[in-house]
Write a protein that binds this ligand. Structure first.
Ligand code: TRP
Length: 330
């Protein structure tokens, strides 16, 4: 039997996941978990780069992230979850890779720049600036072929590809250069019109939000600022509500766009429509989530078993890496 190709993807456990995560990455990994051997990293070390002063947040979020993945359709029998900090080989690999990456290339990484501004960092810690190097270790220790992610992750995957090429050329070709797979909607805007929906931006609809939360949030979403009365013709291209219709209401979105442009539908009705579409989508996820929340032991077991399995793979790769670098002495 031909060996299945591998996927590695995951998230930082800094809170619950939102609909931007779904359309950026989750949807793809759910679809591909049958075809690929799938690994999902709970990147707690990476989460520490921004949350090192409040690590207790990570503690709860570790299980939340797994629950969000499973309730949207990840099958823990097919996909392997693991905790980043429990795989010491990732840390070792990060150190080896750090020789192959210049500080300037990290400083110019657009996602690092955006996040540094977002978090208000005047001066960056070494760990934060260097997290793309650690992410390259996440991806390559298990020799992943494919990484399904949102658009903000593109610079990191490119950095990982560069590290792999450098390593393979310099030492021995033992690493796999990963391909990137962008989601159906690689970047979903925030409720406030910010280019990105993000936990730290406070502009998210969470997969776990109640029906009421969703309704309140959609009502607060930014629409065309030039459309003041019902009679004004709207511009759907500058409207957050329309951006969500395009992704979650593909059947009606064309019609909605026409109606908006001709003042045939008001923002209130348009938002009501979106609320119900989102709630239809989220309702089964919420239900599954509620069941899983009662089964914390089951979630912990999934993480423990997955982490054990991954340790074997990590040891094997590190063995090959040391040998390739000729630092395997005994
Ligand atoms: N940087 C990703 C995020 O912020 C999380 C992550 C860590 C990741 N390691 C990864 C994603 C490896 C894909 C592959 O969501």
């Amino acid at each position: 039997m031909e060996k299945k190709k591998r996927i590695l993807t995951g998230e930082r456990p800094t809170g619950r996941l939102h609909i931007g995560h779904y359309v950026g990455s989750l949807e793809n990994r759910i679809k591909l978990q049958n075809e690929y051997e799938t690994f999902i990293i709970v990147a707690d070390v990476q989460a520490l780069t921004t949350h090192f002063e409040k690590p207790e947040i990570l503690r709860n979020a570790v299980c939340d992230v797994v629950i969000d993945n499973i309730s949207t359709g990840i099958d823990p029998k097919k996909s392997t979850f693991f905790v980043q900090s429990m795989i010491p080989q990732i840390a070792e690999l990060t150190v080896f890779y750090s020789m192959l990456v210049t500080v300037n290339s990290l400083r110019h990484n657009p996602t690092i720049k955006t996040e540094a501004t977002q978090y208000g960092y005047k001066d960056m810690t070494y760990g934060f600036l260097g997290y793309p190097v650690s992410q390259a270790a996440d991806i390559t220790f298990c020799k992943a072929d494919l990484v399904p992610v949102g658009e903000d992750q593109v610079p990191h995957i490119e950095a990982a590809r560069k590290i792999v090429r450098r390593f393979n050329a310099l030492y021995k070709p033992v690493l796999i250069e990963p391909e990137i797979l962008l989601g159906n909607c690689p970047r979903l805007m925030g409720l406030d019109g910010n280019a990105k929906m993000g936990k730290s931006l406070n502009n998210c609809i969470y997969l776990s939000d109640s029906e009421e939360d969703v309704n309140i949030k959609v009502r607060s979403a930014v629409t065309d600022p030039n459309r003041i009365t019902l009679k004004d013709k709207g511009n759907p291209d500058v409207c957050v509500v329309y951006a969500y219709h395009k992704v979650f209401n593909t059947k009606e979105c064309k019609n909605i766009s026409e109606l908006c442009k001709n003042a045939g539908i008001g923002c209130v009705a348009c938002k009501k429509n979106l609320e119900s579409v989102l709630n239809v989508f989220l309702s089964p996820i919420r239900e599954k989530r509620m069941q899983l929340e009662e089964k914390q032991d089951y979630i912990k077991d999934i993480l423990m078993t997955g982490t054990e399995k991954v340790k074997g793979i990590a040891k094997q790769t590190l063995d090959e890496v040391r040998e390739a670098m000729s630092i395997k002495y005994f």
